[in-house]
Design a protein around this ligand. Structure first.
Ligand SMILES: Cc1cc2nc3c(=O)[nH]c(=O)nc-3n(C[C@H](O)[C@H](O)[C@H](O)COP(=O)(O)OP(=O)(O)OC[C@H]3O[C@@H](n4cnc5c(N)ncnc54)[C@H](O)[C@@H]3O)c2cc1C
Length: 338
């Protein structure tokens, strides 16, 4: 929708925040993208996928390039593995469903994650014990300055927990145009021991699950506990889980013996941010038109505001509350755009 020569982004972000951009273009091929990047007016453009991992804080002064590059195909295969290539504009869940329908295993646990394929490597999406990096083959990217195409393998991407080089050293340097995944054609390595996947499979009456069963279980779990952004504006987990030094975790455990915590490596443990937020009293707490979800404390919810600033103000309140109680600084997982 155009207003005063600007374009509203309200329907392009899952928080439903009402901000505008002076210039908006939708791109459907790598060639079109290369052409657009030559245009001086689009030099500093925001690259937008499904808008499910961003919080707009104010009207943008920069243009927006919405990536809608389509296409899914098998690029090459052996007896065991197929390398599937998907355009950056493919809806992530559609890719998962395509792979499940073609009996290609590896991303069934990532069912129903909103957003598009091109954004998946940016924060190394993950859920139910699987991360994109587990199946990542490579990504085709365009250099925003030179327009040149470059292939990034997993090492180049430097994946971490909800993190990659694209959020750090390579921030705003490349646009992902396609992602390629190495998936199993047989002897699928099912991962069902995370969250309540096993429990849900049992409830579904499944004793010998296949990848389709796992996908169905994950969809069922996610639908029952995560708010649907079409009904209630949100961007999924607003904060990352907290990675703390083992010593700090041990000290906190003396005070909070029931605190959930997971071993990361010899130096660090992970504490679920949802638990910290709940203990600090924010789970289900609504302040006017914003709040943290009542079933999933990590999810910041828009209960009817069009202001990204108001949402961010609440997120900062939560961060202060957790810092005060536990001495832990929560880190936003969502990209703040101003
Ligand atoms: C209800 C809900 C549940 C969620 N659950 C999960 C979950 O379980 N696990 C998880 O990891 N995430 C989850 N998310 C977050 C989100 O779905 C993912 O981060 C997703 O990958 C974002 O995709 P997008 O296309 O919407 O990206 P956008 O929000 O459009 O963009 C995110 C960032 O990536 C950049 N970007 C987008 N496309 C490209 C591209 N082609 N090239 C270069 N940069 C690009 C943008 O500039 C921005 O910085 C959830 C979100 C919601 C709303």
């Amino acid at each position: 929708m155009k207003k005063n020569n600007t374009v509203s982004l309200q329907e392009y972000n899952t928080f439903g925040v009402a901000v505008s951009t002076p210039l908006f273009v939708e791109i459907k091929s790598s060639l079109a993208l290369q052409e657009k990047l030559k245009d001086e007016a689009f030099k500093d453009a925001l690259i937008l996928g499904g808008g499910s991992n961003i919080l707009f804080l104010a009207d943008l002064s920069k243009p927006v390039i919405k990536i809608s590059i389509p296409g899914i195909r098998i690029m090459n295969e052996t007896e065991q593995i197929a390398v599937v290539s998907a355009g950056a504009g493919v809806v992530w869940h559609d890719l998962v469903m395509w792979c499940v329908a073609n009996n290609l295993g590896g991303i069934e646990n990532l069912s129903l994650i909103p957003g598009l394929v091109g954004a998946a490597p940016i924060q190394n999406i993950g859920a139910y014990g699987v991360e994109l990096s587990d199946v990542f083959y490579d990504a085709v990217c365009i250099n925003r300055k030179t327009g040149e195409s470059r292939i990034f393998n997993a090492e180049d991407c430097d994946f971490g927990y909800r993190d990659s080089a694209f959020k750090n050293d390579l921030k705003d340097a490349y646009v992902v145009t396609a992602v390629r995944l190495a998936l199993t054609k047989k002897n699928h390595r099912l991962k069902t021991d995370y969250g309540n996947v096993n429990e849900t499979l049992v409830q579904m009456g499944v004793t010998k699950p296949n990848i389709e069963d796992v996908a169905k279980a994950v969809v069922q779990i996610r639908t029952s506990k995560l708010p649907d952004p079409k009904k209630l504006g949100n961007a999924g987990s607003f904060f990352k889980n907290s990675i703390v030094p083992k010593g700090k975790c041990a000290r906190l455990l003396l005070k909070y013996p029931n605190m959930p915590h997971y071993h990361i490596d010899g130096a660090f443990d992970k504490i679920p941010a949802g638990w910290l937020i709940e203990q600090a009293g924010f789970k289900g707490l609504k302040k006017g038109k914003v709040g943290m979800h009542d079933k999933q404390a990590l999810v910041l919810v828009n209960y009817g505001t069009s202001s990204g600033k108001l949402l961010w103000k609440h997120a900062k309140l939560v961060m202060e509350g957790v810092e005060k109680k536990f001495g832990i600084s929560l880190e936003p997982e969502v990209n703040l755009i101003s």
